[in-house]
Design a protein around this ligand. Structure first.
Ligand code: ACO
Length: 360
C-alpha cells in the first residue's frame, strides 16, 4: 500500500508509461516520434483534442492570444511576491486567473506559466516585464519575454523539445493531484494549482535545481565518485536518478540528452559542461549499481532537464516553473478527462489509531 505503488487509479487515453520497456506513449505516439519533431502547440492540440467543442485545428493563434490575456495578471507581481521562490510566485499569479471549464480557461492556464515565469525572473533581476508577442510560437516567445531579445533558432527548438518531452506522463503525483481536484468539479484552474503544488517537491519536479547544485559541488570529474559515495553514506539520494515506474532508462532522459548535445554543438563551454555531466552520470550509475544491486536505478528526466534549462539561461530556482510550462497541458487534459468520467475520487483509509476509551 505504501505510495499506492502498482494501484491503477484511472483509465486514460492520454499517455502510457511502460516502465519495463522504457517507453512513453502520448495519445498513440511514441515520445521519440514527437520530441524534436512536433511543436509544443501541435502537442497541446493532440492532448486537448476532443475535450472542447470549440477547439481550433491549430491552437497556435489561440495560445498566443492567451499569453497576451494572462499578461494582465503580471501587474499583481509586487515586491513581496517577487521575493518568494519563483515557483511560489508563479503559483500565486496562476491563482489570480479566473477558474472555469471552458477552452479559454484551458489555454489561459497552459499559456500562463511561461508568461509568469519570464516576468518573475525579470522582477528578480530588477527588470520590467516584457509583454508577449502573440504572433510568435510559444517557446521562442517565452525566451524572448525572459531575456528581452530573440533567441537563436536552436535555443527555441531546444525549449520546444523540452516542453513536448514533459507534457504528459501517466498518473504521476502532480497529475493524480490534478485529477483528484478535477473530480470534485472545482474547475481547471483549481486542478492545475493542485498539480503545480505537487510538482514543486524535490521527489517530483523539484529535482533539477538540486542536480545543478550537485554538479557544482562535484566540480571536477575526478571528484565524482568520492562526492557521490559520501552523499550516499549520509543517507542522501542522488538527484536525477531513480523512478517509481521506470526500471530501465527514462526515455525522456535520452530525448533531452539529444537536445542538449545539439545545443552544445556550437559552444565549447556547453560541450565541456555536457562532457562533465556525462562523467558524473556514469559514476552515479556505477555506484548505484554497486550499492543497490536489487533496485535498478537509472537516469531520470530531471538530470538532462537541468543541463538543458541551464544552457538556455534559466535560473535553477525556476526549473520547476519551466517543467510546469509543459506539464500544464497534460494536467488540463487529464482534468477534462476526469470530469467527463464524472466520478468523485474518494478512496478509504485504514484506521490504525487508538480505540475510544470506554466510558467510566
Ligand atoms: N539515490 C539513491 N538511492 C535511491 C534513489 C536515488 N536517487 N532513488 C531511490 N533510491 C533507493 C532508496 O533509498 C530505496 O532504498 P532502500 O530500499 O534501501 O531504502 C530504494 O532505492 C527504493 O526507493 P523508493 O523511495 O521506495 O522508490 P520510489 O519508487 O518511491 O522512488 C523517486 C522514486 C522518489 C523518484 C526516487 O528514485 C528519488 O528520490 N530520486 C531522487 C529524486 C529525483 O530525481 N526526483 C525526480 C523524479 S522524476 C520526476 O518526478 C519528474
Amino acid at each position: 500500500m505504501s505510495g499506492l505503488e502498482g494501484v491503477v487509479a484511472a483509465q486514460t487515453i492520454l499517455s502510457e508509461v511502460d516502465g519495463l520497456a522504457g517507453r512513453l506513449i502520448i495519445r498513440g505516439h511514441a515520445l521519440d516520434q514527437l520530441a524534436g519533431r512536433w511543436t509544443f502547440e501541435q502537442v497541446v492540440g493532440l492532448l486537448l483534442d476532443g475535450f472542447f467543442p470549440d477547439m481550433p485545428e491549430d491552437v497556435s493563434g489561440a495560445l498566443g492570444a492567451a499569453r497576451v490575456r494572462v499578461f494582465a495578471q503580471v501587474a499583481g507581481l509586487d515586491a513581496v511576491l517577487a521575493a518568494r521562490p519563483p515557483v511560489e510566485a508563479v503559483r500565486a499569479l496562476m491563482a489570480r486567473l479566473p477558474d472555469g471549464d471552458d477552452l479559454e480557461t484551458a489555454l489561459n492556464l497552459i499559456a500562463a506559466p511561461a508568461v509568469f515565469t519570464a516576468a518573475v525572473l525579470r522582477a528578480a533581476g530588477g527588470e520590467a516585464p516584457i509583454a508577449p508577442d502573440a504572433a510568435l510560437s510559444h517557446a521562442p516567445d517565452t525566451l524572448r519575454m525572459m531575456r528581452g531579445s530573440a533567441p537563436s533558432a536552436g535555443e527555441a527548438a531546444a525549449l520546444d523539445t523540452y516542453l513536448v518531452t514533459v507534457c504528459d506522463h501517466g498518473l504521476n503525483a502532480s497529475t493524480f493531484a490534478a485529477r483528484v481536484v478535477a473530480s470534485t468539479q472545482a474547475g481547471l484552474g483549481s486542478a492545475v494549482l493542485a498539480g503545480i503544488s505537487a510538482l514543486k517537491g524535490p521527489l517530483h519536479g523539484g529535482a533539477p535545481g538540486p542536480v545543478i547544485d550537485m554538479l557544482d559541488a562535484i566540480g571536477e570529474p575526478q571528484n565524482a565518485r568520492p562526492w557521490l559515495e559520501a552523499a550516499l553514506d549520509r543517507g542522501e539520494r542522488l538527484m536525477g536518478f531513480g523512478h517509481r515506474i521506470y526500471r530501465v532508462r527514462d526515455p525522456r532522459a535520452d530525448a533531452l540528452k539529444t537536445a542538449v548535445r545539439l545545443l552544445g554543438r556550437d559552444s565549447e563551454g556547453a560541450a565541456g559542461r555536457i562532457a562533465f555531466a556525462e562523467a558524473v552520470e556514469q559514476a552515479a550509475l556505477a555506484i548505484l549499481r554497486e550499492r543497490k544491486p536489487d533496485r535498478p536505478l537509472e537516469t531520470n528526466v530531471e538530470f538532462y532537464t537541468a543541463l538543458l534549462l541551464e544552457a538556455l539561461g534559466f535560473a535553477p530556482s525556476a526549473f520547476t516553473c519551466v517543467f510546469a510550462m509543459g506539464r500544464t497541458a497534460g494536467w488540463v487534459a487529464h482534468a477534462r478527462e476526469q470530469t467527463a468520467g464524472g466520478k468523485l475520487i474518494r478512496p478509504q483509509s485504514l484506521y490504525v489509531g487508538p480505540a475510544p476509551k470506554a466510558a467510566a
